[in-house]
Design a protein around this ligand. Structure first.
Ligand SMILES: [Ca+2]
Ligand SMILES: [Ca+2]
Length: 230
């Protein structure tokens, strides 16, 4: 009777040990315009146990963009600044979730606009962009724009994240295409834009059940403690 009680105690120790996770992340890395940058992350070391969940986080930052607008019309008008960072994204492993949606560049791309009410021209040269102190001029500094996607990877593709000899990392590839611009509702609007900079980031978190040997050792430890205290 006493042995059965001890065995039950060991089983409960094993189930408490199940919720383990390990993460691996990159630093924020510069993404040069119109060039592919690869970020690598570690695959899961299967000697640690069996995967029960994978969470993949991918992010971009778009920073230092500036759009300046100058109205040279004698009428007030609306000018709209634009900042685009269109990301082409690919990966060496599948990123599908349980509804078979993969991470796409659209998840981490930027398409921001800001409208400004510009007064009639303040008297600067007509037909060209000028910085003025008048209300015919606007300066848009959107600052740092962050885009994130957090994906729960489908269990059907966990095998692609399991390390094997010579295949211990996977790659996420980013190609940004950055653009600033402006549109005007009327005539004689002018703008000047300065291209932004971009950075990319990635993080993977593996949740797993420890391998049977680890669980058995935990169980034996439990048994040992039990007998000592008896
Ligand atoms: Ca003007
Ligand atoms: Ca002007």
């Amino acid at each position: 009777m006493k042995k059965i009680i001890t065995l039950l105690a060991v089983v409960s120790v094993c189930s408490m040990a199940m919720a383990l996770s390990v993460s691996n992340e990159t630093t924020w890395t510069a993404l040069p315009d119109e060039a592919q940058t690869d970020l690598t992350l570690d695959k899961f070391d299967t000697s640690q146990g069996s995967l029960t969940g994978i969470t993949l986080e991918v992010g971009t930052r778009t920073l230092n963009a500036e759009v300046q607008l100058d109205n040279d019309s004698t009428e007030p008008q609306t000018g709209t600044g634009k900042v685009l960072n269109t990301i082409t994204f690919s990966s060496s492993v599948s990123t599908v979730d349980s509804s078979f949606q993969a991470i796409t560049g659209a998840d981490i791309s930027v398409n921001e606009t800001q409208a400004f009410e510009l007064e009639a021209t303040s008297g600067d040269p007509v037909g060209e962009f000028n910085i003025t102190t008048g209300d015919d001029y606007a300066d848009w500094l959107p600052g740092q724009i962050e885009k994130y996607v957090i994906q729960e990877i489908a269990s059907a593709v966990f095998g692609q994240y399991e390390a094997s000899a010579g295949d211990e990392e996977f790659t996420l590839s980013f190609t940004p295409s950055m653009l600033t611009g402006a549109t005007f509702e009327g005539e004689n609007g002018h703008f000047e834009g300065s291209s932004p900079n971009a950075q990319g980031f990635a993080k993977v978190t593996y949740e797993y059940i420890p391998e049977p040997m680890t669980m058995a050792l935990l169980g034996l430890g439990g048994l040992f403690v039990r007998r000592r205290s008896a």
